[in-house]
Write a protein that binds this ligand. Structure first.
Ligand SMILES: *Cc1c(COP(=O)(O)O)cnc(C)c1O
Length: 361
């Protein structure tokens, strides 16, 4: 098999060790003669897989007892609708920070279900995109929740601070940074993530929800999105995406073996630092996000001469560096360097970039 480094933003690469294990178990799981995807979700074997995955995720993220962990379908966007349906009514206000295209998408979806109000947006700061922290005074304390996306996958904009929202529950779309480092779950009302960036295959979304926010769904909420109903049924009110859940479980075990999210955080910082350094050290490449807001998961960059984009993509592909094309809405390049991306992968990219610059500058 061709040895490549895959920088896809999502669905993204998974840890090679996990893929090898899944392959080994694929057609004969636990000596049953079946694949895990061919057995009932109600059987003891799968229930054990499901429960273990939940416990491992709880351990990794230090999820407090008063939070439910749900394994749902519908991806990240499913939660754009599920959140307002579960914790707001049509006349309620939801507050939103817009730091890029995903948090913007969340506003559009929430607007169908409540009064979605943008209270903070990315600004231009001397040619760099900067995300200002909203003032506490701007937080309407009667709002149903405050939604934000701490890591914008398309734009490569991140922020480490938490909005100070008083009693208003914080809802975070962590689709592209969950498990990339420690978070204090107790500060959030809801954390959700589509799986296909940092957890496992697409088809699964993880929702971590504080218990007082469970049981408030509107009458019209689809059952499969009703947090209370799903929690009561251990996320198995309907058939869950069993194979994705199983694979997520393998990723959680792998993360534990790597030293958990603390170990991941330092590895991820190291990878991101070396890539941003390569960009900053050259006038051939540019990243237009303010240093305080640079994502350590998704690193977009532009070539000074966009006419070279096509060659860059061709040559990088030939060098085994896959999926570096930026999102169509922003152009240029983007390297997604989630947990599963090794330091070797980032080093290979950096050395390719230097080489390319030497030949084309
Ligand atoms: C990918 C992504 C989504 C959308 O996920 P889907 O599973 O495609 O619905 C939402 N938010 C963020 C931050 C993402 O990275």
């Amino acid at each position: 098999m061709k040895n490549v480094f895959n920088f896809s933003a999502g669905p993204a690469m998974l840890p090679p060790a996990v893929m090898a294990q899944a392959q080994q178990e694929f057609i004969n799981w636990r000596d049953s003669g079946c694949s895990v995807m061919e057995v009932s979700h109600r059987g003891a074997d799968f229930i054990e897989i499901a429960a273990t995955a939940e416990q491992d995720l709880r351990d990794l993220m230090n999820v407090p007892e008063n939070y439910k962990v749900l394994f749902l379908q519908g991806g990240g966007r499913g939660q754009f609708a599920a959140v307002p349906l579960n914790i707001s009514n049509q006349d309620d206000t939801s507050l939103h920070l817009v730091s890029g295209s995903w948090s913007k998408g969340a506003v559009a979806e929430a607007s169908k279900y409540n009064n979605a109000k943008v209270i903070g947006e990315v600004v231009d700061h001397n040619g760099y995109q900067f995300m200002p922290k909203p003032a506490v005074a701007d937080i309407d304390q009667s709002a149903a929740y405050l939604h934000f996306c701490p890591n914008e996958t398309v734009d490569g904009i991140a922020y480490k601070w938490l909005p100070e929202a008083g009693e208003v529950p914080l809802v975070a779309d962590m689709s592209s940074n969950i498990l990339s480092g420690p978070v204090d779950v107790s500060k959030y009302g809801i954390i959700y993530a589509g799986a296909q960036k940092n957890i496992g295959p697409s088809g699964l979304s993880v929702v971590i929800v504080r218990e007082d926010l469970v049981g408030k769904a509107r009458q019209s909420t689809p059952s499969i999105f009703d947090y209370e109903l799903m929690a009561k049924n251990d996320s198995m009110y309907n058939t869950p995406p069993t194979f994705s859940w199983y694979l997520a479980g393998l990723v959680f075990k792998w993360l534990k073996a790597q030293g958990g999210v603390e170990a991941m955080a330092s590895l991820n910082q190291h990878k991101a630092d070396s890539l941003y350094k390569a960009i900053d050290d050259s006038s051939f490449y540019r990243n237009n996000v303010h240093p305080e807001n640079r994502s350590i998961m998704n690193v977009p960059f532009h070539l000074a001469d966009p006419a070279l984009d096509k060659v860059f993509l061709e040559k990088s592909k030939q060098a085994g560096l896959m999926a570096l094309k930026g999102h169509r809405s922003v152009g240029g390049m983007r390297a997604s360097i989630y947990n599963a991306m090794s330091i070797e992968g980032v080093e290979a990219l950096v050395s390719f970039m230097k080489d390319f610059e030497e030949h084309h500058a």
